[in-house]
Every structure is written in C-alpha cells, then in structure tokens.
Design a protein around this ligand. Structure first.
Ligand code: UDP
Length: 240
C-alpha cells in the first residue's frame, strides 16, 4: 500500500519487507528504481515535474528522514516507520552476500566509491562488488559502459538528488542492471568519510540534529524542513 505525503507516494513497509521486495525485483528482467525521499526531496518534487514523475514511477519509495514520518502522522496517514537509505542498503548487502548477485557503487568524490567497496567487502564477506566509479563525470556513455561491462545486478546510485533518480531512469535500461537504488551521501558513510549519528540519536529521530552539528553549513538547507510539517498541517486542515 502507498501513502501520499504532499505529492510523493511512499510504500508503507518495514525495512525487512523492503529488502524482500528489492530481492524479488532482481528476478524480473527490467530495471527497477528504489528511491529514498526525505523532506527536501518532497519539496523539490513539488516544483520539478520531471523529478516528481520519476519518483511516482519508482518501484519502491522508502521514507528516509523523520520529517516524512511526522508529516505522514500529521496528515492522518501514519507510516510504519522510517527506512533510511543507509539501513536499507546495509540490509540488502547482508542478503546479497554469498549470492552471485553483483553490486556496483556509483557516486561521490573520486576515490570514495573504491574506499567504500574495500570496507563493505570486509564488512559483508562474500559480497560481490563488481565495480566502482566516482560521481563527477561529464560524459554518461563511459559510465553506462562500465556498469554494463561489470555485469552488475544492483547499482547504488549516489549522485545526490534529483540527479541520481533521473540518471537511473534515463540510463538504467542501457546500463543493464535490474535494481538501481538512489542513496545520496551513503557512499561517504560507507567509506568512513562521514559519520552517522550515534545509534541512540538515530533511535530518537535526531539524526538531522547530529548532521547539523557536524556540518553547520547545512543550516540553510535544513531551515526549510519544518515547512513541510506546516504544509502537512495545512493539507490536513483542508481535509486533503
Ligand atoms: N555527488 C556526486 N556527483 C555530483 C554531485 C554530488 O557524486 O555531481 C555526491 C556527493 O559527493 C555526495 C552525494 O552525491 O556523496 C550527495 O550527498 P548529500 O549528503 O548532499 O546527499 P543527501 O544524502 O542529502 O541526498
């Protein structure tokens, strides 16, 4: 079942259900997109029809960010819970390890995807990482070819939004993989460049506060976030 939160439809599922769905997609011979929208992405989709369309056509839309959960609650359509991109990707890698499915890491600054590959291979023994490429390319063709030549089944596309979702939608079929997961800054986390909040803060839904503490320059971007809660309240009061 999908739940509309200010124009973006989210799958109302647990992390385990999400991973099961993703694995089932690997059995189908077509490209699939998993998106992990946060409030900033909802706000972007409101004024960017191409991005909104790609999100609406995504095969799995997971609620990344406590703001989405609060907005859904205010709208009277509560979601089962948050499924962050990093948690989803981690659970997926655990299940891919020991299978012959291949994973390609695309995105972040030069060297980061390779470092992430090294660390992930150590963390998930038997995980088949078939390639890595940075996210600062000008020309799509060599990147599409690198993914295709690697025989990847799954690609973590970490180019930031909306670029990663648009890239997967535009080039996914040609690059040949079956599952593209838009994961923002996750490769920086997997490579150890960016720390996640301590687990206690994550559980309290305060990951955003930790991120702000680590990267105060984000204050401008984050200042817009409470807006989504007022929008949700407005929509609820109007009976939408
Ligand atoms: N990035 C990239 N290519 C670009 C722009 C960004 O690979 O052209 C990467 C950037 O290095 C970072 C990620 O995309 O690793 C976006 O991270 P951010 O934390 O801004 O994304 P969020 O997780 O908030 O969506």
């Amino acid at each position: 079942m999908r739940v509309d939160v200010l124009g973006v439809s989210f799958d109302n599922i647990t992390p385990e259900e999400a991973v099961d769905r993703a694995l089932a997609m690997l059995e189908e011979d077509r490209p699939h997109l998993v998106a992990t929208p946060n409030p900033e992405m909802i706000q972007r989709a409101e004024k960017d029809p191409a991005f909104a369309r790609v999100l609406s056509e995504a095969d799995l839309v997971l609620a990344d960010g406590i703001g989405v959960i609060y907005a859904a609650k205010i709208l009277g359509r509560p979601l089962k819970g948050r499924v962050t991109g990093v948690d989803f990707a981690s659970a997926l890698m655990e299940r891919l390890a020991g299978t012959d499915r291949r994973l390609f890491l695309l995105g972040a600054k030069p060297g980061v995807a390779e470092e992430a590959a090294k660390r992930l291979a150590a963390r998930y023994p038997g995980l088949n990482i078939c390639g890595a490429h940075d996210g600062y390319f000008q020309d799509d063709a060599p990147v599409i070819e690198a993914v295709r030549a690697s025989g990847a089944d799954v690609v973590f596309v970490c180019l930031g939004f909306p670029k990663q979702e648009l890239w997967a939608a535009a080039h996914g079929a040609e690059a040949g993989a079956k599952l593209y997961v838009g994961l923002g800054g996750s490769l920086d986390v997997f490579a150890g460049k960016v720390e996640r909040a301590p687990e206690k803060m994550q559980k309290l839904g305060l990951e955003w506060l930790y991120r702000l503490y680590k990267e105060p320059a984000r204050i401008g971007r984050m200042a817009k976030l409470p807006l989504i809660l007022f929008q949700a309240l407005g929509a609820r009061l109007k009976g939408k």
